[in-house]
Write a protein that binds this ligand. Structure first.
Ligand code: UDP
Length: 360
């Protein structure tokens, strides 16, 4: 939004971030010890079918040809995710053909006897049958959300397709890739405009009377924090990463390995060097092991939690947000929505366009 408001409308923009750097959770940095660029807040794989978003970002970054594939360990065996014909055949020890998959899964689903799926567990079981659900979804989802999958909205699972062929690509989108020289450079180029001033290490809530200097505020922090939690706190999941460096060139052979077993305390391990096969090989490597937990007041929020309580609370905050003049709320935190990067860019472009159009 800063870029659009400055470059198209010629408005002066101050970008305030309490962190020492820009880019939010997309921020990436070079690890000096291994020479591998890490996504500081976990793997970010850009993917979209939105032509306008893709074209817009091309101005600020060239994307490499990375195509995301996820492997998943369950009971000491390795499968590919999302569930595809290879996963199904390996799991059941069979050799089904594509034309046989639908009937096979149908029989599995019938055994579970779910007609109208009302939550994440029922939705997953109605798609996959119980054995595949219990292996690949139940434990992972439990660790990720620490909420009984029967309490979670079915929407979360619609992020994961089920393939009746051997296509192991994680995303179905038209465009995919990682910025050639990293996410941070993308943001730096995006914000490199004479009308954009950066105020880093600055907490928006410490601005006090200085807030009056601005005609418009675009707020992308947690929605409930803006209103001083007056209706209660919206719940978030946060992540913690254990960093490990290796003197060997390859630790796990892929960028993301999921861990489906409930007994394994982490959800996945990221090995960032695999995002850049085009870069010069490094002798060592680095991994981030991801742990998910409920966010406390001091933790970085990562994922909104789609439970009935939070949805109800969100509606109250949305009403307050709508009544707030000269403030626009957006992004994953500002809208309390599980937005992907491309959704966030699309939202920002649309809102910026509207502001520019309605400008006096
Ligand atoms: N999921 C799962 N098993 C997996 C991967 C994902 O059950 O191996 C479910 C889980 O509920 C998760 C959701 O699918 O929260 C979305 O996962 P994804 O990895 O796409 O989300 P991300 O955390 O990368 O945004």
């Amino acid at each position: 939004m800063a870029e659009r408001l400055a470059a198209v409308a010629g408005l002066r923009v101050t970008l305030i971030d309490k962190r020492a750097q820009v880019g939010g959770q997309c921020y990436s940095r070079m690890d000096p010890e291994t020479g591998v660029e890490c996504h500081a807040y976990g793997s970010h794989i850009f993917h979209t079918s939105n032509e306008a978003v893709w074209n817009y970002l091309q101005r600020f970054a060239r994307f490499n040809g990375y195509r995301h594939v996820v492997h998943a360990k369950y009971r000491n065996r390795v499968y590919t995710m999302p569930i595809n014909l290879g996963t199904i055949n390996a799991f059941y020890g069979g050799s089904l053909e594509p034309r046989e998959v639908a009937a096979f899964l149908q029989r599995e689903v019938e055994q579970a006897g779910i007609n109208q799926p009302a939550n994440l567990e029922e939705k997953a079981v109605a798609l996959l049958g119980r054995p595949l659900y219990e292996a690949f979804i139940k434990g992972y989802t439990h660790k990720q959300w620490e909420t009984d999958p029967r309490q979670l909205s079915a929407d979360i699972i619609t992020r994961l397709p089920v393939r009746h062929n051997y296509n192991t690509r994680y995303y179905d989108d038209l465009y995919e890739g990682i910025p050639w020289d990293g996410y941070t450079r993308l943001f730096e180029r995006l914000l490199d405009h004479p009308l954009i001033e950066l105020q880093l290490n600055t907490n928006f809530f410490d601005l006090g009377a200085r807030r009056k200097e601005y005609d418009l505020v675009v707020y992308s922090g947690p929605l409930d924090q803006y209103f001083n939690y007056c209706e209660g706190r919206l719940e978030w999941r946060t992540l913690r990463f254990d960093v490990r460096r290796y003197s060997e060139p390859d630790a796990q052979g892929c960028s993301v390995m999921n861990y489906a077993d409930l007994e394994v305390p982490y959800t996945r391990i990221h090995e960032f060097k695999h995002f850049h096969p085009e870069r010069r090989p490094t002798p060592g490597t680095i991994t981030y092991t991801e742990y998910s937990r409920a966010a406390g007041p001091e933790d970085d929020p990562y994922y909104p939690i789609n439970t009935p309580r939070n949805i109800e609370l969100l509606q109250k905050y949305q009403a307050l947000a709508q009544a707030e003049e000269q403030v626009v709320f957006g992004g994953r935190l500002g809208s309390y929505q599980y937005l992907d990067m491309d959704d966030t860019v699309a939202q920002a472009l649309a809102v910026a366009e509207q502001i520019i159009r309605l400008r006096p």
